[in-house]
Design a protein around this ligand. Structure first.
Ligand code: ADP
Ligand code: ADP
Ligand code: ZN
Length: 210
């Protein structure tokens, strides 16, 4: 199955994608994670993307389209994949179509803006392995350290409330039109994000029919 996880920043895409990925044994491809890894490694792509990410703006289409083209060409994507955070603009979706990629489901996670802003202040991420936690809703049992690898958890710079607000504006302007784009193809299934992670997971699995 080729799945797109769609929704506002902080709606819970990464969290649910990880669970579905393990269940279906298919990879999750997160453009945000790939870009953050490139920034950390100091590559040319990372350097060119850094200022966009920090301001909460989208990285240019040609950069992310290039990332996705390379990644989808790898062997582990043959039996299916989950896209988390791509496409985020109409030209990105059109590029995916031009690559001949067939999408089976666009799973929308819906969470209202005010809830997102509060929720994002509790997000913690592992700088080493990329695992995501929440201080209240999904805490690491190792406290300030990552359950999976032990590294000290950190707060993403772009999760600061002012940046989250501008990311939401970008989302409504640039990304939300994709709902109609995929809606016209009959591919969108919407799940309303619940306060409890496991409740959202249950609805997500039901919506995907798995
Ligand atoms: P979130 O999961 O909170 O929405 P992501 O990790 O998906 O955050 O993305 C973080 C940032 O990476 C975005 O704000 C944007 O700057 C950049 N980015 C990620 N994916 C894309 C994309 N498909 N197009 C443009 N920019 C992207
Ligand atoms: P996205 O990938 O859409 O940006 P994440 O999966 O990183 O979103 O989730 C954003 C934050 O909200 C994280 O701190 C995560 O632990 C937390 N979270 C995810 N799903 C839920 C939920 N259903 N209820 C409460 N918090 C959640
Ligand atoms: Zn870790």
């Amino acid at each position: 199955m080729n799945i797109i996880f769609f929704g506002a920043p902080g709606a819970g895409k990464g969290t649910q994608a990880e669970i579905v990925s393990q269940k279906l044994n298919i990879p999750t491809i997160s453009t945000g994670a790939i870009i953050r890894a490139a920034i950390k490694a100091g590559t040319d792509m990372g350097k060119s993307a850094q200022s966009y990410i920090e301001k909460g703006n989208l990285v240019p289409d040609e950069v992310v389209i290039g990332i996705i083209k390379d990644r989808l060409g790898e062997d582990d994507c043959r039996k299916g994949f989950i896209l988390d955070g791509f496409p985020r603009t109409i030209p990105q979706a059109e590029a995916l179509d031009r690559m001949g990629i067939k999408i089976d489901v666009v799973l929308e996670l819906f969470v209202p803006d005010d809830e997102i802003v509060t929720r994002m202040s509790g997000r913690r991420v592992c700088p080493k392995c990329g695992a995501t936690y929440h201080t209240k809703f999904n805490p690491s049992t190792a406290g300030e350290n990552c359950d999976k690898c032990g590294d000290v958890l950190s707060i993403r710079k772009d999760d600061a409330p002012e940046v989250v607000k501008s990311r939401l504006v970008v989302y409504h302007n640039e990304t939300e039109p994709l709902k109609e784009y995929y809606g016209n193809k009959g591919l969108v299934r919407t799940v309303v994000g619940q306060e409890k992670l496991e409740d959202t997971t249950k609805l997500t699995l039901e919506a995907l029919g798995i």
